[in-house]
Ligand binder design. Structure first.
Ligand code: NAD
Length: 137
């Protein structure tokens, strides 16, 4: 399958990319590069081609030709959500649900977004937890 892996430069994305590639999938990443200056060493993972764009700016044309989307791009924790509630809402809720809609319209047959273990119905209602929970539905 041709797979779009958002957040491919993050903690989970750098682990997920080689797993998908080893399983025979054709992987393309999408990441705004928030932590590009923080890489401490070289990665053993095979490089995957990537779109250096912000999730909020993705267009339907950029999603053409993918069979599946694995969506990991996000401000990924409570401290980031507290630092910038507006952008956490924009990315984790609005841009994430928009991505799912655009990808489906462009022909993707499957999508996956993580449900963080800490982000359940019983989690404290922080900006990060409520926005992440809503977009996972
Ligand atoms: N790390 C964990 O243990 C864990 C467990 C369960 C679920 N999750 C969830 O999985 C997802 C990924 O987690 P992670 O630990 O890899 O996070 P991470 O912060 O290491 O990586 C997130 C990546 O998303 C990118 N990104 C952020 N905002 C973006 C935007 N607007 N446009 C494009 N790219 C953007 C960043 O540049 C970064 O490379 C998050 O939703 C997180 O809540 C993580």
């Amino acid at each position: 399958m041709r797979v779009l892996l958002t957040g491919h430069q993050g903690y989970l994305g750098t682990l997920m990319a080689p797993v998908l590639t080893a399983a025979g999938h054709d992987v393309v990443g999408l990441d705004s590069g928030l932590f590009a200056d923080c890489v401490l060493g070289s990665l053993d993972a095979p490089d995957v081609p990537g779109l250096a764009i912000d999730l909020r700016d993705v267009t339907s044309g950029q999603l053409m030709g993918f069979d599946a989307v694995v969506h990991l791009a996000a401000p990924s924790n409570d401290p980031l959500g507290s630092l910038s509630p507006e952008s956490t809402y924009d990315i984790n809720h609005y841009a994430s649900t928009r991505l799912a809609r655009l990808a489906k319209d462009a022909g993707a047959r499957a999508s996956s977004t993580p449900q963080p273990a800490r982000c359940t119905a019983r989690s404290p209602a922080t900006t990060w937890s409520t926005r992440t929970r809503r977009s996972s539905r």
